[in-house]
Design a protein around this ligand. Structure first.
Ligand SMILES: [Zn+2]
Ligand SMILES: [Zn+2]
Length: 213
């Protein structure tokens, strides 16, 4: 399981650009690349993809966590280059993309061999649970439903191993005890507290970071 941070508020690799938003590429053995969220704007997203050697045309699945612009802004730029990708959005998201297969996700759903959606939680946001040999790796956009609720939802497929993404105002830090990998990104307000509490578990998020589990 390989996760590449493509778009984030911070930069982790020279040549990439930062922006307020989030996007990551998920690569598994058994399925084509999946893009989780698209950042706030196409130019930054596509620039970072180019620098990282990611071909937008090779993406077969795009999952949007929730309808906020810092996660959807780059979508149209990708769709201009990629005419095939299937799109998964939370059920509350309206609108269509002509000629595209769009799945509106309500409850828990398997997307590919090792990739699951928690379903739309609290009528706002879906997260992903990635099955690895070590347990479930949880991918979150902004965590508006709450990090604890998302970890609980993802745990239906196996014990949570780690979490990557934006935690927003989450501060119920006890919920992170037991995780082996914590990568607070994007909108996480209490990054420094989380790093202080879990120094040996935390990864420094930023565009260009590659996490292999
Ligand atoms: Zn956000
Ligand atoms: Zn948001």
């Amino acid at each position: 399981m390989k996760v590449t941070i493509v778009y984030d508020n911070e930069v982790n690799k020279e040549g990439l650009e930062a922006g307020w938003g989030f996007s990551s590429l998920i690569e598994t053995k058994d399925a084509p690349p999946l893009l989780f969220d698209t950042g706030a704007d196409s130019p930054t997203l596509l620039h970072n993809m180019r620098e990282l050697g990611i071909d937008p045309k090779g993406i077969e699945t795009i999952v949007i966590s929730h309808a906020h612009g810092d996660h959807t802004g780059g979508l149209w730029g990708i769709l201009e280059l990629n005419k095939e990708a299937e799109i998964y959005v939370p059920a509350s998201v309206r609108g269509t993309v002509p000629g595209r297969k769009i799945t509106r996700v309500t409850g828990p759903l398997q997307i590919s061999e090792a990739v699951f959606s928690t379903g739309e939680l609290k009528d706002v946001e879906q997260s992903l649970a990635l099955k690895t040999d070590k347990g479930m790796l949880v991918m979150v956009g902004c965590s508006h439903p709450g990090v604890g609720a998302i970890i609980d939802a993802a745990s239906r497929w196996g014990k949570a191993y780690g979490i990557i993404g934006g935690f927003h105002g989450f501060r119920d830090f006890d919920r992170l005890i037991g995780l082996s990998l914590i990568c607070p990104c994007h909108c996480t307000q209490y990054k420094s507290e989380i790093k202080r509490l879990f120094p040996d578990k935390c990864l420094e998020c930023g565009a260009g970071l590659v996490i292999e589990v």
